[in-house]
Write a protein that binds this ligand. Structure first.
Ligand code: FPP
Length: 267
């Protein structure tokens, strides 16, 4: 296996050989509502069962050595759902953060919530702050939960933080995504969506530029360790080329010795 390139965070890209373990796995957790409806239960019960699946998948990812796991819990568009469902979800997030932060700290997991904060209720924001503070020392895995998140809005917020003057580089934008509390993580290697839909739904648009995308029909509350194992096994058979060809090593700004990468909008 040959390392030819690095992504914008400086994380090496392994190119031209079967991918091994993904460093960053991102998951669109879909299917809670259908899971509940099929059982004649309220949708909120599906979300509660979904929270149990979150715990299973976090444990599984930690055990399997995933460095970064990002979970899409609530999109910027999900505010359009009935008020009762939104309230149930917000209350679930709060309970989850209070309960799981300690567990994360015990397991050396750093927990962060990405997305907008200014539309969330004060108790939830307090729970987020407390969970982030409690787990700040975690080094084994970065767990990122996306709440009120939109990939497009994340890019817009980052652009607003960019310095005026020089055209921005990709690293500038990525750093700004981190400062905007909307990203800053390495590129997504494996993007998983459960629930049978084949959409990206405005999730981690910048970071997923070269993600391998895995769709599963499993409804989120049914997801178990074996599903993550299956996705990882599928990923390990993918050949990642990042736009190049397996036999032709890609030339990046970094490998060609340029000190400054091409601006996003090169003249
Ligand atoms: C999409 O499924 C799921 C959501 C909008 C909520 C995701 C929430 C969880 C997985 C549970 C709680 C999460 C945490 C982090 C504690 P859907 O409800 O749209 O399902 P449907 O497509 O079957 O209707």
């Amino acid at each position: 296996m040959k390392i030819e390139q690095a992504d914008e965070t400086g994380t090496p890209r392994r190119q031209g050989a079967a991918a091994a373990m993904p460093r960053h796995v991102a998951v669109i957790m879909d299917g809670n509502g259908r899971w509940a409806t099929r059982r004649g239960l309220p949708r909120a019960v599906g979300h509660r069962e979904g929270a149990k699946a979150v715990r299973r998948v976090v444990e599984s990812a930690r055990r399997r050595g995933i460095a970064t796991l990002t979970l899409f819990a609530f999109s910027a568009e999900n505010w359009r759902r009935p008020a009762a469902e939104v309230a149930a979800l917000m209350s679930l997030f709060e309970t989850f953060l209070v309960r799981e932060a300690r567990r994360c700290a015990e397991n050396d997991i750093l927990l962060r919530v990405i997305g907008r904060r200014n539309r969330l209720g004060a108790p939830l924001v307090r729970a987020i702050d407390a969970a982030e503070a409690l787990t700040a020392g975690g080094t084994a895995m970065d767990l990122r939960i996306a709440v009120d998140y939109s990939g497009r809005d994340a890019i817009l917020s980052a652009v607003a933080l960019l310095p005026h003057g020089l055209p921005p580089t990709r690293q500038d934008l990525l750093a700004a995504l981190g400062r905007a509390r909307c990203g800053g993580a390495p590129d997504v290697d494996l993007l998983v969506r459960t629930g049978g839909e084949h959409r990206i739904s405005d999730f981690l648009l910048w970071e997923s530029a070269y993600a391998e995308v895995y769709f599963s029909d499993r409804l989120w509350p049914d997801v178990a360790d074996s599903d993550l194992a299956e996705a990882l096994s599928w990923f390990s058979g993918r050949q990642r080329r990042f736009g190049g060809l397996p036999s032709i090593p890609a030339r990046s700004a970094r490998s060609s010795g340029d000190s400054r990468e091409e601006p996003v909008h090169a003249a």
